[in-house]
Design a protein around this ligand. Sequence first.
Ligand code: S2G
Ligand code: ZN
Length: 478
Amino acid sequence: MTGTDDWLDELRALLGDSAVLTAAADTERYVSDWTGRFRGEALAVVRPASTAEVSEVVRRCAAARVAVVPQGGNTGLVGGGVPVATDGDGVGARPSVVLCLERMRAVRALDTVADTVTVEAGAVLADLHDAVAEVDRLFPVSLGSQGSCTVGGIVSTNAGGTSVLRYGMTRELVLGLEVVLPDGRVWDGLRALRKDNSGYDLKQLFVGAEGTLGVVTAATLRMVPATPRRATALLALSSVRTATDLLPVLRAAAGEQLTTWELFNRASLDLVLAHVPAARDPFARPYAWYGLVEVAGGGDEVDARLEAALADAVEAGGVPDAVVAGSPAQREVLWLLREGISEAQRVEGVAVKHDVSVPIASLAELVARLEERVPALLPGVRLITYGHVGDGNLHYNLSAPVEAPGSLLPASEELTAAVYAVVADLGGSISAEHGLGVLKRDAAAGLTAAVELDLMRAVKSALDPLGLMNPGKVLPDG
Ligand code: S2G
Ligand code: ZN
């Protein structure tokens, strides 16, 4: 028996054998990420069932100087939820455990007076949606990965999704957190007070920290009134400029009930039509761009508002065709055309993804400049362009040229540098909603003011002086 084996056996004695995985067949899905771009090694995958168990595991890791990689549904896109690769990936890989919260799924409290829900970090987002729907409420973070991403994951990455236009990012819905700190202590910050100015707003340190400051084990979140009535349409658009010009038009007609305004290009739709069996092109001919709009509320006023919005949009020009969902089934198909893009692109192999944001009015210029620069760097590269018009967030995800599948990854650094240069020139961000993880850690540092990096490093070293919490993510070491 080695020291490590003894240490792992003690963890098994604490948590139970099935909560400490070491066999490669058991750990593979935890140490490699969804995108297929990141894979690391771990001494074990540890699956605690309670905050007390998380606390004890973290305490023992700190004592043994073993790093902790917190993980929810492992749906991340930047390598933030898996151990850094043993080849260093820019930082020295170190003995780590993946600490997966998947067994902590309880809804601890639902308060329909204050409209808050307290839920454990391993709860799947779709299950949280169902739980709050039972009390006629909505938790308004909506993501394509909601069937597998977890509450701890969306908090730790400050997830966005398709309803940010109306409800904001996850950060704006977090009222309180329970966190296991890097030394194993539990911070119970699960306060649901609407007003609490008693010192620093500590919870916000952990929202979007990607598990580098502590392990989020539960959250108290805002619920909003349910929106049982949804009116949804797909518009054919002549350009990106049309999509951005229509935002105020749609907002004027639908008011605060405008919930979604999403954009995707023909290449995105072609992927979905090729790989998603239930997908159907609702139009008789192809168009360059498409916009998915949804108006949601409590009554059938949403239909009239959508109709008015569409009339104004057609009047404004640039909308050669539109289709309104006539039933929930038809609505699901329209949503599938947008939300199926990510999975469809994955079928075609590893993509070089960019999750960027620019001022909304600059989206058209961003796309135009990229359409000029990127194909020049890799002829035949496929531009899978889609995103959230209402918050200026574009997913500029590149797939390899059909006739040269191996040409993409070798060109990825140059392609990404070109994308980020245009984004920076337009005053945008190179990570709108997916976080930094490993993928964007160094590029972001290069675009961040020294004083800001110093502040983030000061917070990191104050909370995690041993650097054991998700090392190699968000901030470059040193
Ligand atoms: C989206 C999903 C991730 C991706 O669909 O809005 O955030 O594949 C993306 O870029
Ligand atoms: Zn997105």
